[in-house]
Design a binder for this molecule. Structure first.
Ligand code: ADP
Length: 626
């Protein structure tokens, strides 16, 4: 028999487990029990699909501690594993990312990584020198034994086993000065761990427990009897009353079941009665899973029919914009062997989905109101998804989502909601101002920002690509239009100021036109503006496509057809450069052309755009210097 090596990543993880200084070593039992329970779920599900006569009540997990041989055995009669499955499931860690996570995590102490990323089985090496897994797959007539003493590798050989299922034998480590491993062979301790972590497992977890009993026919003689006891209550957490469940229990359940190392930002536990009767237990995570913004992420809630899992990820229960929600729905109204296709058309399910959407929305609004800090943390993780929601539904869901979205703002530079923005609007203000840029600092540096702030208006900072697209689709909020302060549609001036500006633009029209001609067709026009305070120039755009949208849309390498904004070069009418240009128009038209090009290049740089002809620019500047 050849000894096989673990895959590299698995080996690292094993080392971590074996040399673990982890304080909650007891969780290894939770991991093994949860694997056993999954294996029985799989078998039961399979039997429903295939119409096999299987009695759910025959499925059990049995634990046997043996102090003499220092072994702890966990046995299940679930689906079992073939030799290949033993090899693939226990020789590799399928879910990558877990180790990277461990290495990058700053807060190692508080993070319960072990067991949260599909490393469950390996956690048994925290307490064992050697592990044997004897397994027989359902429907197969061969059984196999997987054995490993840790990092050196593992062996798989065929063996005898009558029935389907898996028996895991842990050879418990000897006690050390720091660690009491013998506790895992004590009945009371096993019972304690099972009730702590696995009480809601819906299969009986049994153990032969011995206790002393009055001997029959005697009055003071005791004898030790052994009886099989069920250690868990089997009532699923969500079936309990809310007031019977502690915050810790919800958190433990969530972390264990949905592989998170942090507690949830919000727990939603409700029983609904009416057109549809169901219980739902939902969790809003605090941070995005590592694959959340990738194609690999699958949304969905677990679907139970009266306590029995019928689908692991029912996508139809969650709209895309709430795809971050984890949890389950348990309904008595659903039939056990309903297929995926049938579910899609199930009216009951549609009803549930609609009411869940409302519930999630109202709970998020509540979270924002009651614990702003937690909401903001949640929003940092999932805000982008909510904004995509506005965009992808063509604004149809703007009503639901506009209450939930936030932006950074010039007011205290904190996240603010649209509602808060509107409540702070100046008298007479009928527009919500925003500016786009890579970062808050970059937006602050935009020449236009200064003048708008100067006039006492708050600006929303759009730093994500989706931001402007989302609000363009919303069109307005609470009757207020949105305006990009870098486009020409904002009106901050008094009538007098406007008239004066118009006059200046009219009287200098020839000069401005010749500047535009010098710059060329990349821009639509050149004009004076009042919207700059200290800066000499800026770029704005006219029409539907803003400069920021042009940048985003043209990032797509597959699009041959590049989108173009109508660009306008604006010159600060109150800046000394304005008078200088007028002077040059009279005295030196060639120089005016050069100035026009230099000003345009400056404005492009400020916008974060590249200069079209850097050599020419450099020569022109040198020409002015010498
Ligand atoms: P996870 O349970 O998160 O997938 P584990 O390392 O705990 O990760 O287990 C790896 C895989 O081994 C499981 O996904 C399952 O396919 C298989 N497995 C583990 N324990 C059992 C068991 N008792 N019965 C059947 N399959 C099991």
């Amino acid at each position: 028999m050849r000894k096989k090596q673990f895959k590299a990543e698995s080996k690292k993880l094993l080392d971590m487990m074996i040399n673990s200084i982890y304080t909650h070593k007891e969780i290894f039992l939770r991991e093994l029990i949860s694997n056993a329970s999954d294996a029985m779920d799989k078998l039961y599900y399979h039997s429903l699909q295939e119409n096999l006569a299987l009695n759910r009540s025959d499925l059990t997990i049995h634990i046997t501690p043996d102090k003499e041989s220092r072994t702890l055995t966990i046995e299940d009669n679930g689906i079992g594993m073939t030799a290949d499955e033993l090899e693939n499931n226990l020789g590799t860690i399928a879910k990558s990312g877990s180790l990277d996570f461990k290495n990058n995590s700053e807060d190692k102490e508080d993070v319960d990584i072990i067991g949260q990323f599909g490393v469950g089985f390996y956690s048994a090496f925290m307490v064992s020198d050697k592990i044997e897994v004897v397994s027989k797959a359902f429907g197969s007539d061969e059984a196999n034994k997987w054995t490993s003493s840790g990092a050196e590798g593992y062996t798989i050989e065929s063996c005898e086993k009558d029935t389907n299922g898996t028996i895991i034998t842990l050879y418990i480590k000897e006690d050390t000065e720091d660690d009491d491993y013998s506790q895992y062979l004590e009945e009371y301790r096993i019972r304690e761990i099972v009730t702590k972590y696995s009480d809601y497992i819906r299969y009986p977890i049994t153990m032969d427990c011995s206790h002393s009993k009055l001997k029959e026919g005697t009055e003071d003689e005791y004898e030790t009897v052994t009886e099989t006891a069920t250690l868990n209550s089997m009532v699923p957490l969500w079936k309990k009353n809310k007031n019977e469940v502690t915050a810790d229990e919800y958190s433990e359940f969530y972390r264990n079941k949905f592989y998170d190392y942090e507690e949830p930002a919000k727990v939603i536990h409700t029983k609904m009665e009416g057109q549809a009767t169901y219980t739902t237990l939902l969790f809003i995570p605090r941070h995005a899973p590592f694959d959340y913004y990738t194609k690999n992420y699958e949304k969905g809630l677990q679907l139970y029919s009266n306590g029995v899992l019928i689908m692991d990820k029912c996508a139809d229960l969650l709209p895309d914009y709430f795809s971050f929600v984890k949890g389950l729905v348990d309904s008595e109204d659903l039939s056990l062997n309903i297929s995926r296709e049938m579910l899609q058309h199930d009216a009951q399910l549609k009803l549930i989905a609609r009411s869940l959407e409302k519930k999630i929305h109202s709970e998020l609004v509540k979270l924002m109101k009651d614990s702003r800090e937690t909401y903001e943390k949640f929003y940092e993780a999932f805000g982008t998804q909510l904004k995509f929601g506005v965009y992808n539904t063509y604004g149809a869901k703007a009503d639901v989502l506009s209450d939930l979205i936030m932006f950074h703002s010039s007011n205290e530079r904190k996240l603010t909601t649209l509602k808060e923005y509107v409540s702070r609007m100046k008298e007479g203000q009928d527009t919500i101002y925003y500016a786009c840029g890579e970062s808050i600092d970059k937006i602050d540096m935009l020449p236009q920002t200064e003048a708008v702030k100067e006039k006492g208006y708050e600006i929303l900072y759009f730093t994500e690509n989706v931001d402007e697209f989302a609000i363009k689709i919303m069109n307005e909020y609470d009757g207020k239009k949105f305006a990009n302060i870098c486009t020409d549609s904002i009106e901050l001036d008094t009538q007098e100021e406007k008239d004066a500006l118009k006059e200046k633009n009219d009287s200098d029209k020839d000069m401005l036109d010749s500047m535009k001609d010098a710059i060329g067709d990349t821009i639509t026009s050149v004009r004076f503006t009042n919207k700059l305070k200290n800066h000499p120039v800026c770029l704005t755009s006219e029409g539907e496509i803003s400069l920021e949208m042009e940048k985003v849309l043209n990032q797509n390498p597959n699009e041959d057809q590049k989108v173009k904004a109508n660009i306008v070069l604006e010159i600060n009418s109150n800046h000394p450069i304005a008078a200088k240009l007028e002077e040059l128009y009279d005295s030196d038209k060639d120089k005016l052309c050069e100035y026009a090009k230099i000003l345009y290049a400056q404005a492009r740089l400020i916008e974060g755009l590249s200069v079209e002809n850097p050599t020419e620019l450099s020569n022109m500047i040198c020409g002015l210097m010498v």
